[in-house]
Design a protein around this ligand. Structure first.
Ligand code: SAM
Length: 182
């Protein structure tokens, strides 16, 4: 099996959206919960990923659920985030998940999405990251997944199919991107 590993990619997160945030696929390193603390509700389908992340931000709300069925009512959250969750979902799953995000966001809520751009055809893709948090701390990690093609344009198409009307590319790099959808 061929495996593609990127060099270390540096991501600087200066801020996250205001208000009550739902962070989809939020386990693992719990990057968004570490920043937003009690403002963040992190949803992940794996106990193991939540158990790993929870100690970094025990004051966040941790929800074990599939992001295709998020157990909150319509317009429950001010804003939403996803940090490298899309790379672990097929396009079909992403459409369903992003529709759920759209449903539980208040009108004019924003969806901030950092994710991998995977242009290389390999069996397995690994992105190595150094993430600068607003507090000055850093997270070093790697996320790997059996290869699926993913580009900002594909993700924008899926966001629009899910109901978001305005999507902007905030940052575009060789192996990752940062989008904001409204
Ligand atoms: C690369 S990790 C994301 C890392 C995380 N956001 C962080 O800050 O480290 C991808 C996460 O997405 C979760 N995931 C993948 N598909 C999911 C789904 N359909 N529903 C909920 N969580 C999912 C995985 O369990 C995993 O924790």
């Amino acid at each position: 099996m061929s495996k593609f590993r990127t060099d270390q990619q540096v991501i600087t997160i200066q801020r996250i959206p205001r208000g009550r945030i739902v962070d989809i696929c939020g386990g693992g390193e719990g990057v968004i919960a570490r920043i937003g603390r009690e403002r963040v509700t992190a949803v992940d389908r794996l106990h193991s990923e939540i158990d790993e992340a929870k100690p970094f931000a025990p004051e966040a709300t941790w929800v074990l659920a599939d992001v295709r069925q998020i157990p909150f009512s319509d317009t429950s959250f001010d804003n939403a985030t996803c940090f490298f969750g899309g790379m672990c979902m097929s396009n079909e799953v992403k459409v369903a998940a992003f529709k759920e995000v759209h449903r539980i966001l208040r009108p004019n809520g924003e969806f901030w999405c950092w994710d991998a751009s995977m242009p290389v055809k390999e069996d397995f893709f690994v992105i190595r990251l150094l993430v600068d948090l607003p507090c000055g701390k850093q997270v070093t990690t790697r996320y790997g997944n059996p290869r699926k093609e993913q580009s900002p344009e594909q993700v924008i198409g899926i966001m629009k199919a899910a109901g978001f009307s305005d999507v902007k590319i905030m940052e575009r790099h060789e192996y990752w991107h940062f989008l904001i959808a409204r």
